[in-house]
Write a protein that binds this ligand. Structure first.
Ligand code: AMP
Ligand code: MG
Length: 316
């Protein structure tokens, strides 16, 4: 994309219809929420989600928050609970993200969840975000709309400065009100866990719950995502940069190096990123050592290799 090719849109209905059309077509569109500007892409399309990482230049795959227009839309994606209902009734729409177990038939790309069985979901309160999400009619993955490592954008000008030429459009509706990322509460384990402090005060949540939130590191290690993430690895041994498999190994191919599965037969890194977690899960289910073809270490290849290195790291 050349630097002038990022459209500037506003909050008018006609512009939001255009933005929603772009999102439904798998394009990237930045939009305002009450927390910060989000870099949105359809959560249902793996290559689009890979494009979010590419546009941000993120060097690793962390799970992203899926934004939806309503509680009902959230319930289509995750397993709802009484606790979730209580918190959502009090704080949605708003700057609160809930992490819940994925529901059967959710359709969300495994690149959004970074291969986890849970999904972070939020109903933003910003009227423009609300309208846009209703028009899209499906979940939109949206991390902050800034290049990796830079500060979060609270105006459309910040977004243009960081991402012009890398995304299809920016919806400008003035500065964000909260300016802090959403508070994230994990509800996938036995007790609610504060996964990230943010724009909604913890005390307010605790008042509604009638109990205190556990700290991240007190949570159930199987459901506390930070831990799952750093340790996420197939059960079987993983060998990287393998030109060919040995006789006892499954082979995860890339490009012309074909195998039991191939991340991208055409050698496309966005496609490889979109397929990465599904491929690892599928091969892991067979419980045989896995050899992985070399992945070029540029662009999305950095994040793919980062994840593969973690999968291959020695563990206890
Ligand atoms: P952002 O990059 O601003 O969208 O932030 C996403 C945050 O949500 C990160 O801190 C993630 O670790 C966290 N997150 C997203 N999905 C999950 C999940 N399934 N489990 C736990 N944390 C999550
Ligand atoms: Mg961010």
């Amino acid at each position: 994309m050349n630097p002038n090719s990022t459209l500037s849109l506003g909050p008018s209905e006609a512009d939001l219809v255009q933005a929603a059309d772009l999102l439904r077509a798998g394009q990237l569109v930045a939009f305002p929420t009450e927390t910060v500007y989000g870099l949105g892409g359809s959560a249902l399309m793996g290559e689009t989600v890979a494009g979010i990482y590419a546009a941000k230049g993120r060097p690793s795959f962390n799970p992203l928050i899926a934004h939806v227009a309503s509680v009902d839309a959230a319930k289509d994606l995750v397993q709802w609970s009484d606790l979730a209902a209580r918190i959502a009734a009090a704080f949605w729409p708003g700057p609160l993200t809930l992490v819940l177990p994925l529901r059967e038939g959710h359709g969300v790309s495994s690149l959004v969840t970074a291969g986890l069985p849970t999904l972070a979901v939020r109903v933003p309160a910003h009227p423009t975000a609300q309208r846009l999400l209703s028009l899209v009619g499906g979940p939109v993955a949206a991390p902050s709309a800034n290049p990796s490592g830079r500060i979060s954008p609270t105006t459309a000008a910040h977004v243009h400065h960081g991402l012009d030429g890398k995304i299809a459009a920016v919806v400008d509706d003035g500065p964000c009100g909260v300016g802090l990322e959403s508070t994230i509460v994990g509800l996938a384990g036995d007790a609610p866990v504060l996964l990230r402090p943010g724009g909604l005060a913890v005390e307010e949540i605790e008042t509604v719950l009638g109990q205190s939130l556990l700290d991240r590191d007190q949570g159930d290690p199987l459901t506390a995502p930070g831990q799952l993430l750093s340790h996420y690895a197939p059960n079987a041994a993983v060998r990287l940069m393998a030109d060919a498999p040995q006789s006892n190994e499954l082979y995860l191919g890339f490009g012309a190096r074909d195998g039991d599965l191939n991340l991208s037969p055409s050698g496309n890194l966005a496609e490889a990123a979109a397929n990465l977690f599904d491929c690892l899960h599928q091969l892991d289910a067979r419980n045989i050592p896995i050899a992985v073809a070399p992945i070029p270490d540029h662009g999305l290849g950095h994040a793919i290799n980062d994840r593969l290195r973690r999968a291959a790291a020695p563990r206890d």
